[in-house]
Design a protein around this ligand. Structure first.
Ligand code: TXA
Ligand code: MG
Length: 340
């Protein structure tokens, strides 16, 4: 049985004690919950891969609690452009890929000579990492193939019996995983969009590239710049179709598809569009892309629990955090997008 505890002085020192013993502890961050172990302890990191059922060649992000600790994680100094981004967006939902330092285990980086490093904003996350006294390797705390967990309950549903402790810091703020940015070269390149948007990065550095795989599947034989992108991501148990276009034509098409569908079915729509669907069964994505980011993973988990056979979702604008929402939604739908 896995313990679930609110962060207090006692539970944080218990968590740190477990980490020092080579155990795995789940903790909240502002993006999603993470499954943490010492980034310097290969046996502990192997337990993370085992608990998640994660492929061995998919590297983990290393989390630090203060900018000074970057020296323990990367090789050499941060390039100037990365320093500027750290100043602007750390602590926060930005992971930077930089040359890997020697003290980080090769198991953590899946043998790569680069490491993804992130300084989270969540107070509990930083208190936990600080108490551990080592950089913390942590992927999202879901079973591989499930949506990332945004509450301690989601983590418990996936990890009960697999890990000793979950720190419960309440629901995650952003709701989608961090932006993963290759910061080794200029222009920097977004491999996975997240809370720190391309617009925000461009406002600091002037330019940023967005990897081609963000809004479409990898082609056959195409090499993934980020190993995580080559895996089939979360896919709902039912079918998922995204419809994109003007408000009215999207609603019309979705109603058509919904009405023709047998079995249990659900529409994912922004709050302002709900009236367009009448009495059809809808799940509310919220007031715009920011709220959609926050609600998406939880809603997808609920649809699986309710065994929904078919989901029809509105597309959201790909500006700002909308790009991250469309990346996750697109991958969940295997990029099955109908344009109207
Ligand atoms: O918000 C987040 O990033 C959460 C919280 C816990 O920090 N973590 C998270 O980790 O989403 P994970 O393991 O679910 O996703 C990490 C992604 C994977 O796609 C992985 O392939 C990529 O980052 N990644 C990690 N290190 C990398 C590296 N050195 N080079 C390229 N991609 C890397
Ligand atoms: Mg993940």
């Amino acid at each position: 049985m896995t313990r679930v505890e609110k962060p207090t002085a006692e539970t944080l020192s218990l968590a740190a004690e477990l980490i020092r013993k080579g155990e795995v502890v789940a903790f909240p961050t502002e993006t999603v919950y993470g499954l943490g172990a010492s980034a310097c302890d290969p046996d502990a990191i192997r337990k993370i891969f085992a608990a998640k059922g994660r492929p061995q060649d998919n590297p983990l992000i290393v989390h630090i609690s203060s900018i000074e600790d970057i020296r323990k994680v990367i090789k050499g100094d941060m390039p100037l452009h990365a320093q500027k981004l750290a100043e602007a967006f750390w602590p926060g939902p930005l992971t930077m890929i930089l040359p890997k330092g020697d003290s980080i285990s090769d198991v953590c980086t899946a043998g790569l000579d680069s490491v993804g490093v992130r300084l989270p904003e969540n107070e509990c996350a930083r208190a936990f990492i600080r108490a551990c006294g080592v950089p913390i390797a942590a992927p999202s705390a879901n079973l591989s193939g499930k949506p990332s967990p945004t509450t301690a309950q989601h983590v418990f549903n996936d990890m009960n019996g697999r890990i000793p402790l979950i720190l419960d810091g309440g629901p995650a703020g952003v709701g989608l995983e961090s932006t993963v940015l290759d910061a080794r070269f200029k222009p920097v390149r977004i491999l996975r969009p997240g809370g720190v948007t391309p617009e925000m990065i461009a406002s600091v550095l002037g330019e940023v590239e967005v990897d081609g795989s963000v809004l479409k599947p990898l082609k056959q034989n195409e090499v993934a710049r980020s190993p995580g992108m080559k895996y089939k991501h979360y896919a709902p148990q039912g079918s998922l179709i995204i419809v994109k276009g003007s408000e009215e034509s999207v609603a019309q098409k979705i109603c058509e598809l919904y009405d023709a569908q047998e079995g249990s079915k659900c529409i994912l729509a922004l709050e302002e569009h709900l009236p367009l669907y009448g009495t059809r069964f809808c799940a509310n994505l919220g007031k715009g892309p920011g709220e959609a980011a926050h609600s998406l993973f939880g809603l997808l988990r609920e649809m699986d629990e309710q065994k929904v056979d078919a989901i029809f979702s509105e597309a959201v604008e790909t500006e700002g955090i909308g790009l991250a929402v469309m990346n996750r939604l697109g991958r969940a739908a295997a990029f099955h997008i109908i344009e109207v």
